[in-house]
Design a protein around this ligand. Structure first.
Ligand code: NAD
Ligand code: ZN
Length: 360
């Protein structure tokens, strides 16, 4: 089965194709939609070893040519130096303004290849082929690209939309289990913050999802992309509504940083969602049982629901303050009010927040 969604952004609109076994069709999609005959495939070395050749084969059978440009897997590669190396390698291979970049991989590949595309010869088109669950439901849609600085994550970047997103759910079979669960954290985020029916679906189909049942995965990924696409259409550059997508992230980011990134992103977001539900209840915005309901589903998926015991609460608070500085001195909290609904505010009762951090 194959589904296509559209992210409607006037002249920057693009399709998201979702299905099992789509990778071999990439070349045909590109040929139908883009004029370039030459493609630079940017990927980390893990994903390149697994899927690089099938992407090149798919291009070739559509009469297109492709060349692979790889970098070492991992967040530590997501920096300007890697972008420069990739750009130099592309220049040496003669890639010009008429060519296109394909980002093949997880969020690191997508963010970095997208950023490279945004600045290579003042901007060339790019295509997202996300291969981690996190990238398939989150980072490949919406056009945020960028790299990290030593001072913080994603501090350099652009809004730059892809021309096409191709999601092959089949590739999730090789994704390590902890990465799959981390992506599930983001999936559950959509249910809790934007779609109660998705929350219930996840609850009822947990086993099938964890066993990578094709129909369930396709449904869930499509639903998440659709929810994200609708938010991005309303607020492409995060002036307001798009902040809802940060549900679980304000505390989650701080926990992730305080733990020196030893916790995978989706695990930190999981902890952050439960904590912010507790804050919301303390402030009187959420019913008292919402926190337990969210925690129950997260735990059923094997995700953590409380801040790791040894982690310094002062350090977490300090990282939240640092985020606040980076965000223009306003820290937004996305508070759940009921399943599938949230409110965004920069006015959260400090005492409630402090109590939750100390008791979580
Ligand atoms: N642009 C956005 O809107 C946005 C949103 C969320 C996160 N992000 C960014 O995304 C990044 C995290 O993304 P991620 O979790 O995908 O990390 P990642 O790209 O590092 O991928 C995680 C690991 O899984 C491996 N992998 C990916 N797909 C695989 C597959 N199919 N089979 C086997 N191994 C596979 C990768 O090689 C890597 O080792 C962060 O840098 C974060 O800032 C961006
Ligand atoms: Zn996230």
């Amino acid at each position: 089965m194959e589904r296509t969604l559209t992210v409607g952004l006037q002249e920057r609109s693009y399709p998201i194709h979702i299905g099992s076994g789509l990778l071999p069709k990439l070349g045909e999609y590109l040929k139908a939609q883009l004029r370039s005959l030459r493609y630079a495939v940017v990927s980390d070395d893990n994903v390149a070893a697994l899927y690089g050749q099938s992407v090149l084969d798919s291009l070739k059978s559509a009469g297109l040519s492709g060349e692979l440009f790889t970098f070492p897997a991992g967040e530590s590669s997501k920096r300007l130096a890697t972008v420069e190396e990739l750009a130099r390698a592309m220049t040496l291979s003669g890639f010009d303004r008429g060519n296109v970049i394909i980002a093949l991989g997880g969020g690191v590949s997508g963010d970095m290849a997208g950023f490279l595309a945004a600045i290579y010869m003042r901007g060339i088109p790019f295509v997202q082929v996300p291969t981690s669950l996190l990238a398939q439901v989150d980072s490949s849609v919406g056009g945020k690209t960028g790299v990290d600085l030593a001072e913080g994550k994603n501090l350099l970047g652009t809004f730059y939309q892809p021309k096409l997103v191709l999601i092959d759910t089949e590739v999730l079979r090789t994704l390590p289990t902890d990465q799959l669960l981390s992506g599930m954290g983001e999936v559950i985020k959509y249910g809790v913050s934007l779609d109660a029916s998705l929350f219930h679906y996840l609850d009822q189909h947990r086993e099938e999802l964890l066993a990578l049942d094709e129909a369930c995965l396709n449904y869930v990924i499509t639903r998440c992309c659709d929810l994200k696409a609708r938010v991005v259409e309303e607020d492409e550059r995060e002036g307001g509504l798009r902040r809802v997508l940060n549900f679980g992230h304000t505390i989650g980011h701080a926990v992730e940083a305080a733990a020196n990134f030893s916790l995978l992103h989706g695990f930190a977001v999981s902890v952050g969602m439960v904590a912010i539900a507790a804050v919301s209840a303390r402030c009187g915005y959420a019913p008292p049982d919402l926190e337990a309901e969210i925690a129950r589903l997260l735990a059923a998926f094997g995700l953590p629901t409380s801040i790791p015991a040894g982690l310094s609460r002062e350090r977490i608070s300090a990282f939240m303050q640092a985020d606040k500085k980076n965000m223009g001195r306003r820290l937004f909290f996305v508070l759940p009010t009921e399943l599938g609904k949230v409110m965004v505010t920069d006015q959260v009762d400090r005492a409630a927040l402090q109590q939750v951090l100390e008791s979580a």
